[in-house]
Design a protein around this ligand. Structure first.
Ligand SMILES: Nc1nc2c(ncn2[C@@H]2O[C@H](COP(=O)(O)OP(=O)(O)OP(=O)(O)O)[C@@H](O)[C@H]2O)c(=O)[nH]1
Length: 511
């Protein structure tokens, strides 16, 4: 069930929620910036891959276009000395035009060098063992073939072979036309790209053979990439895709974009290091997260101080309440003590006087009755003398309790110790007869207590009482006249032999 919590609890909860909300909002904001940053970089690597694919496609296409003309010329003109001489000149022109070309070559059906773009033709060289040669000998397709990288037997350079099959007139294998692209043409282009310190790019054959890459390493050229995350991602997503891959070679996580070339069975990959992509984001995040945490700490500290002050305040308020309650109790006690007789517990003389004045005025105002009983313990001096003062006190206490029990039935009635062993009972709205009845009841009750009093005439403690009352039909003097007349009646009771009640007309009711 819902329970209302304390203000300090609610304030603490509020401050905690504010601090947590600050940190959480900042965390969400940072995470969003990070996502945006990665998305932007994904677009950037994707664009880079597109540009690289275009460049590789164009480079190979230009070489291949040269091959188409060569093949057509050989198949038409044959390989006589004149035709070869013309071809060499055309080769030299083409190589001069296309900076990516290392050379153009013609091989016969056995792999022997027939013609090439070099000034001096190498003698007795045979390339029948090369992968591209074997490919064309075994396959009848006339399309271009991009082979695995080879190292030149003439100048030792690493080259990408682009080749086409030459057919004889009968359609049988007649040789190979080859254009070799210097790998350094690609590496120079790749070196010019802005991909950061840990970025990487690569050109890879679709059969998984690495053509070249940045960072460049000769060992990597021709290596199989089949077992790499990049190749698996390309197979899974190709021809275009993006993947975050942890490099097995250098342990760097990169955001890779890959794209297949439009015309040739190769793909390029462009990758930026995730750490480098997020470096600026990290710096910014550290700054403002630090700021937000500091702010949250300040809010928390101020909130903590506030809560402490509130606790202190409510503690002080509780103490003040307790002090006020204690004072009120003390006041009540003091009031009671001020109005109460210490021995008998009845009202004291002061309260009696105040109440008499008030009730007297009220009776005058309302034209109502007010009765007074004055009571005196008989032969009390002897009691003290015989049994001691302490026993006398106890006797008075017992009598007080008895009177209190009989004379406090109505709210306005007041039993008081008038002085010494004299007691008084004030009875508003009571006439003489009613008061006399009560007085008699009191006298009788005390007698029935049977407190032994060897000095009393009948051997027990007894009371004498005098009764008088205001009457609406009679004009009265001040309150003391009521006391005097009741006292007179008491005197009469004493004179009449004690242990009796007399009214003001001095008519004893009991003997
Ligand atoms: N023990 C005790 N005695 C009290 C107290 N107040 C008054 N007395 C005593 O009560 C006695 C009253 O004696 P007196 O006035 O001579 O009257 P009495 O002996 O009762 O005789 P009568 O009134 O004529 O019957 C005195 O001895 C007072 O000392 C009290 O508070 N305690």
């Amino acid at each position: 069930m819902f329970r209302r919590r304390s203000i300090t609890f609610r304030t603490t909860a509020f401050v905690a929620v504010v601090c947590l909300a600050l940190v959480a909002l900042d965390g969400l904001n940072s995470w969003h910036s990070r996502t945006v940053q990665l998305q932007q970089m994904s677009v950037a690597t994707s664009n880079l891959a597109r540009a690289m694919a275009q460049q590789a496609d164009d480079t190979i296409k230009q070489a291949d276009t040269a091959l188409v003309g060569m093949v057509e010329r050989i198949e038409h003109d044959g390989t006589g000395p004149e035709a070869i001489e013309r071809l060499r000149k055309v080769f030299a022109m083409r190589v001069a035009e296309l900076p990516q070309l290392d050379g153009l070559h013609i091989y016969d059906k056995d792999g022997n060098w027939v013609a090439n773009s070099r000034q001096v033709a190498p003698q007795n060289l045979n390339n029948a063992d090369r992968e591209y040669f074997l490919f064309h000998r075994e396959h009848e397709e006339r399309g271009p073939h991009v082979g695995v990288p080879v190292r030149s037997r003439v100048n030792g350079k690493l080259l990408i072979p682009v080749s086409r099959r030459i057919n004889r007139a009968d359609g049988s294998f007649g040789g190979v036309a080859l254009a070799t692209i210097d790998i350094s043409f690609f590496t120079k282009f790749y070196d010019s790209l802005d991909i950061g310190q840990a970025g990487a790019v690569a050109l890879i054959l679709e059969n998984g053979t690495m053509m070249t890459r940045r960072p460049y390493s000769t060992d990597m050229v021709g290596r199989s990439m089949l077992d790499t995350g990049l190749f698996r991602a390309y197979v899974a997503q190709g021809p275009v895709g993006t993947a975050e891959i942890l490099s097995a070679q250098d342990g760097i996580t990169r955001l890779n974009s890959f794209r297949r070339l439009t015309n040739y069975p190769l793909f390029v990959a462009a990758a930026l290091s995730k750490d480098e992509i997020l470096a600026a984001w990290w710096r910014e995040t550290l700054w403002h997260t630090g700021g937000v945490i500091l702010l949250a700490l300040i809010v928390g500290f101020v909130g903590w101080r506030l809560v402490k002050q509130m606790e202190l305040r409510s503690k002080t308020e509780a103490e003040l309440r307790r002090a006020r309650d204690a004072l009120e109790t003390l006041n009540k006690t003091l009031n009671t003590l001020a109005m109460e007789d210490g021995l008998t517990g009845l009202a004291n003389r002061r309260q009696f006087d105040v109440t008499l004045d008030n009730e007297f005025s009220r009776a005058m105002r309302d034209a109502s009755t007010l009765a007074l009983i004055l009571i005196d313990v008989d032969c009390f001096k002897q009691f003290n003398d015989i049994y001691g003062h302490t026993a006398g006190d106890e006797c008075l206490q017992t009598i007080g309790r008895t009177i209190s029990g009989l004379a406090s039935r109505r709210p306005g009635d007041l039993a008081a110790r008038y002085g010494g062993e004299e007691l008084a009972v004030l009875l508003p709205n009571t006439d003489v007869a009613g008061a006399a009845v009560l007085a008699e009841r009191i006298r009788s009750a005390v007698r029935d207590l049977a407190i032994v009093h060897a000095g009393a005439p009948d051997g027990f403690v007894t009371l004498s009482a005098g009764v008088d009352a205001l009457s609406p039909s009679v004009t009265h003097g001040p309150p003391k006249e009521l006391i005097q007349s009741a006292d007179k009646a008491l005197y009469a009771a004493k004179m009449g032999g004690r242990n009796r009640v007399c009214t003001a007309e001095i008519r004893p009711t009991t003997a």
